[in-house]
Ligand binder design. Structure first.
Ligand SMILES: [Zn+2]
Length: 262
């Protein structure tokens, strides 16, 4: 059964079940420490989305990954392609408007890069206002907090950016592109803070995103030395399982008509 959006003909799209959940992965092209490639967010979110599509092919349609994100605060590191948040939101919204125009009613914006999260949340909300579709945004790490808590080796602060989680998942799929000799822990997390945390296990009550180069020496925020492929498999499989659960809930979400009470 086909799941890749671009592999259908237009007559096939016309006949297709419009309650399939259309997944739009969104990543970034940016520094990931001295040890991981620039494409880390794209690589991981694409692998996750492909695995979901392989496991539940009749329930999803998979769009190509948008490979650039909102990350101007990273631009002191060579290689970063930074897209303005307004541009990203409008681009994503044009994709979701197109899908709604063709009759699709259930869309998942699947995020692989931290600072895309508020942008995709806005794009999802605007899609709901402007179209007949339900649109959900989700960042994969937010779905696997229990697995991170149960299996992590690094302390809080060790899983933020190019740390234990991302390095482990990259090692699981493509160790040839991970330069483990260059991996070093770079943890700027303040354990005494009651309000601020960039650890992906969650818990942040307030957010302040400063220039990346002001917070880390290497571009890493976390502990990649705690990473290995076995950990990567655990984190990856948890993400796939949770996204399948999310897709199934999106398929069941009721679409009620508006009522204008003027
Ligand atoms: Zn990343």
């Amino acid at each position: 059964m086909k799941t890749r959006y671009g592999k259908f003909t237009w007559p096939e799209i016309r006949k297709l079940d419009k309650d399939r959940v259309v997944i739009l992965p969104v990543g970034a092209m940016e520094d990931h420490g001295k040890h991981l490639p620039l494409d880390t967010d794209n690589f991981i979110i694409t692998r996750v989305a492909e695995a979901v599509a392989e496991k539940i092919p009749g329930e999803v349609l998979l769009l190509p990954t948008i490979p650039f994100g909102f990350n101007e605060h990273h631009k002191d590191f060579p290689g970063v392609i930074f897209i303005q948040p307004e541009t990203l939101m409008h681009f994503v919204l044009d994709v979701t408007r197109s899908l709604a125009h063709h009759g699709f009613r259930r869309i998942l914006l699947l995020n692989g890069h931290g600072s895309n999260h508020p942008v995709l949340d806005l794009a999802a909300r605007k899609t709901v206002i402007e179209t007949e579709a339900v649109c959900v945004s989700a960042s994969y790490w937010n779905l696997i907090g229990e697995t991170l808590a149960g299996h992590r080796r690094s302390r809080i602060g060790g899983i933020a950016h190019a740390g234990e989680m991302e390095t482990s998942i990259y090692l699981y799929f493509d160790p040839d592109h991970v330069v483990m000799e260059e991996a070093e822990a770079d943890i700027s997390h303040d354990p005494s803070s009651r309000y601020f945390s960039l650890d992906l296990m969650g818990g942040a009550k307030a957010m302040c995103m400063s220039w990346w180069s002001a917070q880390t020496k290497t571009g890493t925020m976390g502990d990649p030395t705690a990473a290995d492929a076995r950990q990567g498999r655990i984190f990856f499989e948890a993400a796939v399982t949770e996204i399948i659960g999310l897709v199934r809930e999106i398929r069941r979400l009721p679409i009620h008509p508006r009522r204008d009470h003027h």
